[in-house]
Design a protein around this ligand. Structure first.
Ligand code: NAP
Ligand code: HEM
Length: 470
């Protein structure tokens, strides 16, 4: 347990109460400093037996308790100066943890820097603003999910706060000196960071397939006497669009990994930077994979909803019911070999995609060691892509053979081109001689060290020197 067994919290609002609850649950003695200590109106949802152990006093009182060196500021930044100025002399040497957030990004200085310039006698540590009150109240062990970013000029003060962070079951992350508080305060203002690019790419793929389908159906129905089946847009046609998007997204999730491996083979080193477009694409993989999973689940639900001998004739065969009369017999159907195999392959592919998606969740990835995680993310993901391709082959190959001159215009064929290319690249990379070479390069053993030069990372030489020594 850290030295600071007694701490104080200024502010009895949502964060103040949640923090007090968590600290008391972890064995700390907590005093809350409030403008109205007699009120003590703690939220009823918190465990009463724990909250009874929290002392409540005036703000000044918190700074007078001798053993208390760490004081959390669970108040809005706009109120901090007014609240602390009258007791300025008591702040000397105290560690003030500024948990405040902003409503807009800071242009010049952060809340924490402003606080430090107002009260230079205090030791300011920025932290806890990225945690929600809800996360603090949760009893689930969330160490790997919830990191507490800390920034401070005073290293000893930062260490003391980091010990408290660990004691209450979270994970401290040092971000830098107090200026780094600008970044910490910016985190809660970011809405789904990193998702913009993958969202645009996923929508673009959806609309490209929509465009292809609109052109094809326009040409087809312009020549034909039949009218366009408008009534099939909400489910059947949308389902086609969704599954085409799903398989394409899955392929472009794995394509950059293959391209990166080819680039490393070509460069003969892992230290040459990838072109910026490939670097961006590699960073989008997780989100693209999750979009692929979303579209696959959507496709599976819609497919199961409309799956019937009426809508999918070529997946069913009539069966004879010996007990019934002949009129009933012809109206009974069961899945044929095409339907059975296509369905099973689709379901298997979906299950593997779900496994890959689940393993990317921070709370679940902690369950796997690095080898297991890599196996799931890479091999299971490629197997899901392979099964999805075979799922389409199983349902379409007979049709392709029957229309051997025109099948390459079919959506079912077009949508498999990119996935097959990715699978072929992966197979090539798995060849023993190629994978051995790639492993050596990824272990830092350059194939062509003379290529070292522009575009390499700064740390390269240090690592190469170490390898040379070995
Ligand atoms: N809530 C969260 O999940 C969360 C998470 C991370 C960071 N934060 C940050 O933590 C700070 C507090 O958030 P909160 O949600 O706990 O806010 P809150 O529920 O509104 O509580 C703020 C507390 O500040 C105290 N206070 C001191 N001077 C005040 C004044 N002049 N006017 C009003 N209240 C005054 C009050 O406590 P007394 O009445 O006892 O004096 C009040 O309960 C904010 O800067 C917020 O950005 C909150
Ligand atoms: C429970 C899982 C799944 C079921 C029940 C299922 C079912 C179906 C059905 C019924 C069709 C025929 C649709 C039609 O012709 O109107 C189909 C086609 C297709 N499915 Fe699936 N599927 C599943 C999983 C997947 C997955 C995971 C992918 C890929 C990521 C996928 C990709 C495709 C593609 C590309 C087509 C071909 C579209 C075409 O013929 O143009 N499916 N699936």
């Amino acid at each position: 347990m850290s030295q600071a067994k007694k701490v104080a919290i200024i502010g009895s609002g949502n964060l103040g109460q949640a923090l007090a609850y968590r600290l008391v649950s972890s064995g700390y003695q907590v005093t809350i400093g409030s403008r109205n200590p007699q009120r003590q109106n703690f939220t009823t949802t918190l465990d009463d037996s724990i909250m009874k152990e929290v002392h409540v006093g005036t703000v000044k009182n918190c700074f007078l308790i001798p053993d208390i060196s760490v004081v959390f500021l669970a108040i809005h930044h706009r109120n901090a100066a007014d609240l602390l100025s009258p007791i300025r002399t008591l702040l000397s040497g105290k560690i003030l943890v500024d948990a405040s957030n902003r409503t807009e990004p800071c242009q010049t200085g952060s809340n924490a820097e402003e606080l430090a310039s107002h009260f230079p006698e205090a030791r300011i540590v920025k932290g806890f603003n990225t945690l929600s009150a809800n996360a603090l109240q949760s009893d689930i062990a969330v160490e790997d999910v919830h990191r507490v970013h800390l920034a401070a000029d005073d290293v000893a003060a930062r260490e003391t706060v980091a010990c408290i962070v660990k004691d209450i079951g979270f994970c401290p992350v040092y971000v830098g000196d107090l200026q780094a508080a600008r970044r910490i305060e910016a985190y809660p203002l970011q809405v789904l960071p990193g998702w913009g690019g993958p969202t645009v790419i996923s929508c673009a793929i959806f609309f490209v397939w929509l465009g292809i389908m609109v052109i094809k159906y326009s040409v087809k129905y312009a020549k034909s006497k039949e009218s366009f089946p408008w009534e099939r847009i909400p489910l059947t046609l949308l389902n086609l669009l969704v599954c085409l998007t799903a398989i394409t997204l899955l392929a472009i999730t794995y394509l950059p990994g293959c391209l990166a491996a080819f680039a490393q083979l070509y460069n003969g080193t892992k230290y040459k930077l990838f072109p910026s477009w490939l670097d961006f694409w590699l960073r989008c993989r997780k989100m693209l994979g999750l979009f692929a999973l979303l579209f696959s689940v959507w496709h599976a639900i819609m497919s199961i909803a409309f799956l019937s001998p009426g809508s999918m004739r070529w997946w069913y065969e009539p069966i004879t019911d010996w007990k019934a009369n002949s009129t009933n017999a012809v109206h009974r159907y069961r899945l044929n070999a095409t339907g059975e195999s296509a369905l099973t392959l689709g379901i298997l592919s979906l299950l593997l995609l779900i496994l890959t998606g689940l393993s990317s969740l921070p709370s679940l990835s902690a369950v796997f060691n690095w080898g297991e995680w890599r196996l799931i993310q890479s091999h299971v993901g490629y197997t899901a892509l392979f099964l999805a391709v075979v799922h389409v082959f199983a349902m379409s190959s007979r049709g392709w053979l029957m229309h051997s001159t025109s099948f390459f215009y079919w959506n079912s064929f077009l949508c498999c081109v990119l996935p097959c290319l990715v699978l072929a690249m992966k197979l090539f990379l798995m060849l023993p001689c190629v994978s051995h070479l790639l492993s050596r390069i990824r272990d830092g053993k350059d194939r062509r060290p003379f290529l070292r030069g522009r575009g390499e990372r700064k740390c390269v030489d240090i690592q190469l020197l170490e390898n040379d020594t070995v």
